[in-house]
Design a protein around this ligand. Structure first.
Ligand SMILES: [Zn+2]
Length: 176
């Protein structure tokens, strides 16, 4: 039930993600994979999908799911699991922010305007979160990608995971 609430809060982003994944699966994918509570497309090994991307990155989280290059590496699964939880946090935050804006606007403005503001804020939580992370890293003089707090966390947790044995001390969020 608690998990269902989380999926509901993330719904606008996940609808767009699933539609995008269907196109990626059709054109460049080899299979679907259910992992970490999300739906992922595994690219064909010789896929021409964003060649540079498949060389440099082996996964991308677009919401409750995303894309993995083939073969799927365990460090990529762990790395993207961190992003998936960050996605959930960002969507809950945008849902709460949009709800407060909706209540205030519903008191002060016509109901339709309040609803429009709600719908303009809520769906974009993850996008704003990623842009903010890149922008803050850039403004602090760091690399926008590697220096962003969401990437630093994902790389650190994934590398830490590889140092440990799989077992009781493995982070609970992954490999479900
Ligand atoms: Zn990442």
């Amino acid at each position: 039930m608690k998990k269902l609430f989380l999926y509901a809060v993330c719904l606008p982003n996940d609808i767009a993600m699933v539609l995008s994944l269907l196109v990626v699966r059709l054109l460049w994918g080899s299979s679907f994979l259910i992992k970490n509570g999300g739906l992922w497309v595994v690219l064909k090994e010789n896929s021409k999908f964003w060649d540079e991307w498949t060389l440099s990155y082996s996964g991308v989280c677009l919401g409750h799911g995303g894309i993995f290059a083939s073969p799927v590496k365990i460090i990529s699964v762990v790395h993207e699991a961190v992003h998936l939880e960050q996605f959930e946090v960002s969507m809950l935050k945008s849902f709460l922010s949009a709800s407060v804006a909706f209540i205030v606007c519903a008191i002060l403005c016509p109901y339709k305007i309040a609803l429009m503001i709600f719908l303009c804020v809520w769906p974009f939580g993850y996008l704003f979160y990623l842009i903010s992370g890149w922008l803050v890293a850039f403004l602090r003089g760091e690399s926008p990608y590697k220096g962003s707090s969401h990437e630093e966390a994902a790389y650190a947790i994934a590398e830490d995971y590889l140092r440990r044995k799989e077992g009781a001390d493995a982070p609970r969020r992954i490999l479900k």
